[in-house]
Design a protein around this ligand. Structure first.
Ligand SMILES: Cc1cc2nc3c(=O)[nH]c(=O)nc-3n(C[C@H](O)[C@H](O)[C@H](O)COP(=O)(O)OP(=O)(O)OC[C@H]3O[C@@H](n4cnc5c(N)ncnc54)[C@H](O)[C@@H]3O)c2cc1C
Length: 420
């Protein structure tokens, strides 16, 4: 029996990861993407206001992100990520002017917390034990249910770390997801915590090489091809309705639905899906970074939480940024530029800037929303779900999106084997 065609709907990282896995094993792939380009929430584009190609958002990876690194290796793009050899995170407290570098040691035994020069100023060894309870949390608890969300260590380490990873105010966020982050990063030692960025852009690092790989392996990509309806029987998806055309599915065909949660909820109302989301705002300034500025600086008591130094620009990230969505852009740019001046000792007026407000950047990593994430397998035997919002056991991240795509591909392969 032939293996059939796999239709992948959505060419974000989840869809691309599934396609790369399957096409590499000889499966016939057709991708359907609503937008004129691939990448979804992880993309680069030319921004005329700056005269530069920028990313829709600053994306930070860690050396713990095994699936993301595996994806890059497969598409031949691993060397496009840059990062230091050791886990080192520069921080600045804009209220006090203090600066420090957090330096977890490489191995699993966290001896770094015994050294003042490696840990957060104003904290004591015993403070670091407070997160242990998150490591094995129940799924219905928030971080505030298990630890005190106050004090120097919380404000200077746990809040910035969890806010970046969960894109949700940590006190209300899922303790289970915070525990997953800790297990995959700090609990594995500094070796797993090296920060990695794509200085050449997300598109040239993740998306363009993935598209080249797919083209080389004969996959078909259809852009501006929006799925409107899944035509289904009790047990299978029988056709994909794209409005102006439709695709009938043969018995051996499969579908991977790799669209964002709100779209999946429209296409399959009975599917559980997170319903609340959080924004991320990125403020880009056309100003070459001063040479002494680290690639990433964590900001405490500022408007944003991270400042990225890219070759041609400075760029700040504000997570869980819903309160900034309604603020006029000019005022926000001025506000963030003040932080940049404090951080860098520059003394300049506002350079050309551009703000990107992603309103639904990620699902809100709340305990109740984490319980609303569906598994990849569905009750329709030829339909599988992928996306950072599915039950990956991780927050909405590149790593989670790629793992979900890999998982959907694995299930498609198992289903094909079962038919043979
Ligand atoms: C501003 C910002 C900053 C971020 N920072 C980080 C970070 O620092 N580190 C990190 O790991 N992660 C970060 N993330 C999260 C990361 O970008 C996402 O987790 C990941 O890109 C999600 O990929 P996905 O494939 O699941 O979804 P998406 O990228 O949303 O892909 C879904 C695709 O489906 C398409 N689609 C929608 N409807 C249809 C339809 N009806 N028919 C066909 N196609 C359709 C969409 O156009 C899209 O291309 C950030 C996200 C944002 C927005």
């Amino acid at each position: 029996m032939a293996s059939g065609t796999v239709h992948i709907v959505g060419a974000g990282l989840a869809g691309l990861a599934a396609a790369i896995d399957l096409v590499g094993r000889g499966r016939e792939i057709v991708m359907h993407e609503l937008a004129p380009n691939a990448g979804g929430r992880c993309r680069s584009y030319f921004e005329p206001a700056l005269g530069l190609t920028i990313d829709n958002g600053n994306h930070l990876l860690l050396s713990a992100n095994d699936a993301a690194l595996g994806f890059l290796k497969t598409i031949g793009s691993e060397d496009k990520l840059a990062g230091s050899d050791e886990a080192a995170f520069a921080f600045a407290d804009l209220a006090t002017g203090e600066r420090w570098v957090l330096r977890p040691n490489k191995g699993r035994v966290p001896w770094w917390i015994f050294f003042k020069s490696r840990r957060v100023p104003g904290t004591h060894v015993i403070d670091y034990l407070s997160v242990r309870r998150l490591l094995h949390s129940r799924r219905d608890l928030s971080i505030a249910d298990l630890m005190e969300c106050d004090g120097p260590l919380y404000k200077r380490l746990w809040r910035p770390l969890f806010l970046a990873a969960l894109n949700t105010e940590p006190a209300e966020a899922s303790a289970f997801l915070a525990g997953a982050i800790l297990r995959e990063t700090l609990a594995r030692g500094g070796r797993a915590c090296r920060p990695l960025v794509a200085p050449g852009g997300l598109g040239p690092t993740f998306i363009d090489p993935a598209l080249c790989y797919l083209a080389r392996h004969g996959a078909t990509l259809r852009f501006r091809h929006q799925l409107r309806r899944l035509v289904r029987t009790d047990e299978t998806i029988s056709a994909l309705d794209f409005g102006e055309d439709a695709v009938s599915l043969a018995a051996s065909d499969a579908v991977i639905l790799a669209v964002p949660a709100p779209v999946a909820a429209l296409l399959l109302p009975e599917l559980p899906a997170p319903k609340t989301f959080r924004a991320i705002v990125n403020v880009h300034f056309k100003r070459k970074p001063p040479r002494t500025l680290p690639t990433i600086t964590g900001i405490v008591n500022g408007t944003g939480e991270w400042l990225f130094a890219f070759p041609e620009r400075l760029s700040a990230t504000i997570s869980a940024a819903d309160r900034w969505i309604g603020v006029p852009r000019e005022a926000l740019a001025e506000e963030v530029w003040k932080d940049v001046l404090k951080l860098t000792s520059l003394n300049e007026t506002l350079p050309p800037w551009h703000i990107i407000k992603e309103r639904r950047a990620t699902f809100a990593a709340l305990p109740k929303e984490n319980l609303n994430r569906p598994r990849s397998q569905t009750r329709w035997r030829n339909l599988f779900i992928a996306g950072d919002w599915t039950a990956t056991e991780l927050p909405a991240t590149i790593e989670g999106a790629i793992r979900s795509g890999n998982e959907a591909a694995r299930l498609v392969r198992i289903a094909a084997q079962a038919r043979h």
